[in-house]
Design a protein around this ligand. Structure first.
Ligand code: SF4
Length: 143
C-alpha cells in the first residue's frame, strides 16, 4: 500500500519508539496488491515477533538499510543495549543498529564494517562475523 500524509519528526529519536508523530491528512495513493512482491525488498504483512526471533538476524550496513531496505519486512533499525562492564552489569549504553532477518542469498545484503562495542577501562569488543553466522546457521540460503 502506498499512502501520503504529513507528520512531524519526534524531538529526540533516542527516546521515542516512533520516528514521526502528529500525522494528519492521510490518503491512500495506491492500495495493497493481493500478492506481496517477490522482492527484494520483500514487501507485505510482517510476520509475528516469534518468527523474527526464531529466524535470527545478521548485522546490516546502515547505508544499505537506508537506501534499499526500509520497505523490506526483514530489515530493521532498532535500539540495542550494551553492557559496558561485565562485573557491573548495571553500567549500560544504548545505540541504534541495523539488522537483516531476510534470506541469506538476498543480493542487496551488505554486512558493513564489524561492530565495536565499548568495554570497561577504554577497552572494546569487536563482534566477529561468526556471531551472525551462528545466529542464522539453522537457515538455508533462500529461507
Ligand atoms: S538485505 Fe535483508 S532487509 Fe535488505 S532487502 Fe535483502 S532481505 Fe530485505
Amino acid at each position: 500500500m502506498e499512502i501520503q500524509g504529513q507528520s512531524v519528526p519526534v524531538d529526540d529519536p533516542r527516546k521515542e519508539t516512533a520516528a514521526l508523530y502528529k500525522t494528519s491528512g492521510i490518503k491512500v495513493v495506491k492500495n495493497a496488491e493481493d500478492k506481496p512482491s517477490a522482492g527484494p525488498p520483500f514487501r507485505g504483512v510482517p510476520p509475528d515477533l516469534e518468527t523474527y526471533r526464531s529466524r535470527g538476524h545478521r548485522r546490516l550496513d546502515a547505508r544499505t538499510y537506508d537506501t534499499k531496505c526500509t520497505t523490506c519486512i526483514w530489515g530493521c533499525r532498532m535500539p540495542v543495549e550494551m553492557i559496558i562492564d561485565q562485573w557491573n552489569p548495571s553500567k549500560k549504553q544504548y545505540r541504534f543498529e541495523t539488522f537483516c532477518y531476510g534470506p541469506k542469498s538476498c543480493p542487496f545484503y551488505r554486512p558493513g564494517p564489524a561492530r565495536k562495542v565499548p568495554g570497561r577501562k577504554g577497552m572494546s569488543y569487536t563482534e566477529e562475523d561468526w556471531v551472525d553466522e551462528d545466529a542464522t546457521a539453522h537457515r538455508g540460503p533462500d529461507d
